[in-house]
Design a protein around this ligand. Structure first.
Ligand code: PEP
Ligand code: MG
Length: 582
């Protein structure tokens, strides 16, 4: 039995067998094979070719059903390249004559091809083909080495995924019925993989260092997403202990939910608080309602862009937002415009240059303002959906007042277009910004005048204030939501909201971590937007404290100088307020 400790990012306790996935970016060592295995290696290559072609044909048939068909020739070109006799004969030669593995043969051949293409720098047509070749290389190699990944969709037994890391798209495609838990070498509490695991209700522990080296597929595992513990090959006693803990946890969750679901979100002294949910996918709307949320405070829309070769059309945007807005039946729906970049890569990124510091690069509103066509499509979809529900629009990663003005101008242009065509939309759609960069928190007094509301995105605000990559487990100890500098920024934003009579909410993960609930209430926060599954806990705390008690806690915290001290104090407070949760 081996016990590993990582970061608990999605609650729940599960026991199941491991399914080990190789890294997405598979490293290809120059390994050689024995002459006898050349036949098997060739057969492997043929199969990977056939699998790749069949995947691409499936993509084409999906694309045919969609409105935009511009991407079909690109995919057809990929198939042509895979079928190219010359390239294939070179790969086969590498296997037979040089005794290379199939993976290395593919990589060597295609990299040589890329070199030839890029040597002609002035020819932009061939330059742009390079990304296609990388894409093809990745696909064939994945098919060579990652049969297991393809197998995820065909699983019969429930499993716990063990992986170096999962991309947000991979996480989003996990089937909750089969995937019981997730463990990864990398990641942090606010990496998007963690956020989606939470949204899907799959217990997860990340930042386990080299857990992929300690586990083989089929090993029995316990994942405790409450404490961050993973047990490999547990003994009978441990299995018994964790089964009981898991049952208790599930029972308590269900009981708390049924007790609290229909009760109002009010402090003990009757102050109303708005408790909304964050969603990633339209399918989560039913969970939002089931957990009794007051609405959706953050609808992340990146996933619309991440699983296709083509950008979503205006119709697709409109239909998805309309579906969610209608299902919410008048509850508010805050749709955040595209926030691709950072750790949220999209298929469309294949065409974007690779950035050295993606979190500081062309992300979110920056990308939208540089690609106004893409931005306008989304805005039109949002505006049209506003006719069918209580829809707000929110811009992410605002750093300057000029960005807000530019975004508003574009929104106005889109509105004009719709007016001209007599397409109905809500003329009074509310405009908000995310405060997630220190510059915008410090300038909140000015920025807030430009908009109807703002929402504090602590996931990024902490990352940028503390200069700590939110996905890097090596510096996770510095990722401190309660660092006094972060708290001062948050307080300033809340105060500016009050002064200018504009609603301020918080939609970063800090809002859903209940040790901070009393503090945030005391700081004056009136609106929380959290992962749906933690709504019962957050509501429980809100209902168990008066505003005066919360203010006292906040005053005490503001006399402290270290996050460690503050967290310890807040844990003790929660222990007193809601002993069941601590
Ligand atoms: C945030 O930064 O707090 C946030 C809610 O946005 P995201 O996690 O999508 O970057
Ligand atoms: Mg953010």
């Amino acid at each position: 039995m081996q016990i590993k400790k990582g970061i608990a990012v999605s609650p729940g306790i599960v026991i199941a067998r491991a399914l080990l996935l190789d890294a997405t970016e598979y490293p290809i060592p120059m390994r050689q094979i024995t002459p006898e295995s050349a036949g098997a290696e060739t057969a492997k290559l043929e199969k990977a070719f056939a699998d790749s072609i069949s995947e691409l044909e499936t993509i084409i048939s999906h694309l045919r059903k969609r409105i935009a068909k511009e991407a079909i020739p690109i995919i057809e070109a990929h198939i042509k390249i895979i079928r190219d006799h010359y390239l294939k004969s070179q790969m086969l030669d590498h296997i037979k004559k040089d005794a290379y593995t199939a993976e290395y043969a593919v990589s060597r051949t295609l990299r040589k091809y890329i070199k030839a293409l890029t040597s002609n720098q002035t020819d932009s047509f061939w330059g742009s083909r390079v990304n296609d070749i990388y894409d093809i290389e990745k696909r064939i190699i994945r098919n060579l080495v990652q049969d297991k990944i393809a197998g995820i969709s065909k699983l019969k037994e429930p499993v716990i995924i063990v992986s170096q890391d999962l991309t947000p798209t991979e996480t989003a495609s996990l089937d909750k019925n089969k995937i019981k838990g997730v463990t990864t070498d990398k990641g942090g509490r606010t990496s998007h993989t963690a956020i989606i695991a939470r949204a899907l209700g799959i217990p997860a522990v990340v930042a386990l260092n080299n857990i992929t080296l300690d586990i083989a597929s089929g090993d029995l595992l316990i994942v405790d997403g409450n404490s961050g513990i993973v047990v490999i090959d547990p003994d009978k006693e441990t299995i018994k202990k964790y089964s009981a803990l898991g049952k208790n946890f599930d029972f308590y969750e269900r009981k708390l939910l049924s007790e609290i679901r229909n009760l109002p979100t009010k402090t003990k002294d009757g102050r109303e608080i708005m408790l909304c949910a964050n969603i990633e996918l339209p399918e989560e709307t039913s969970t939002v309602i089931q957990y009794g949320a007051d609405g959706v405070g953050l609808f992340r829309t990146e996933w619309l862009y991440s699983d296709s070769y083509i950008l979503p059309s205006e119709k697709e945007h409109f239909e998805i937002y309309k579906r969610v807005a209608s299902a919410l039946k008048g509850r508010k729906l805050t749709i955040r415009t595209l926030d691709i970049g950072g750790d949220k890569l999209a298929a469309t990124d294949g065409e974007a240059p690779i950035e050295k510091n993606p979190f500081l690069g062309c992300r979110a509103i920056r990308l939208s303002l540089q690609n106004t066509g893409v931005f306008e499509l989304q805005l039109r979809g949002i505006l049209r959906a506003s006719h069918y529900g209580n829809v707000n629009v929110m811009f992410p990663m605002i750093a300057t007042i000029d960005e807000i003005r530019q975004a508003k101008n574009i929104l106005e242009r889109v509105k004009n277009g719709l007016r001209k065509k007599r397409v109905p939309f809500n003329e009074d759609v509310k405009i908000g910004i995310m405060i997630e960069i220190p510059s915008s928190a410090i300038m909140a007094d000015a920025l807030i005048k430009e908009v109807d509301f703002c929402s504090i995105g602590t996931n990024d605000l902490i990352q940028y204030t503390m200069a700590v990559d939110r996905t890097n487990e090596k510096v996770a100890y510095l990722y401190q939501p309660s660092h006094p500098s972060v708290l001062r920024l948050i307080k300033y934003v809340i105060d500016q909201g009050k002064k200018h009579n504009k609603p301020v909410s918080m939609c970063g993960e800090m809002a859903g971590d209940w040790i901070y609930t009393p503090l945030l209430l005391g700081m004056g926060l009136k609106e929380f937007s959290v992962s749906p599954i933690v709504i019962p806990e957050i509501k429980k705390i809100i209902r168990s404290i008066t505003l005066d008690e919360a203010r006292k806690i906040s005053e005490n915290v503001f006399t402290m100088e270290s996050a460690v001290e503050i967290d310890k104090y807040l844990r003790d407070c929660v222990k007193n307020i809601a002993p069941q949760l601590s």
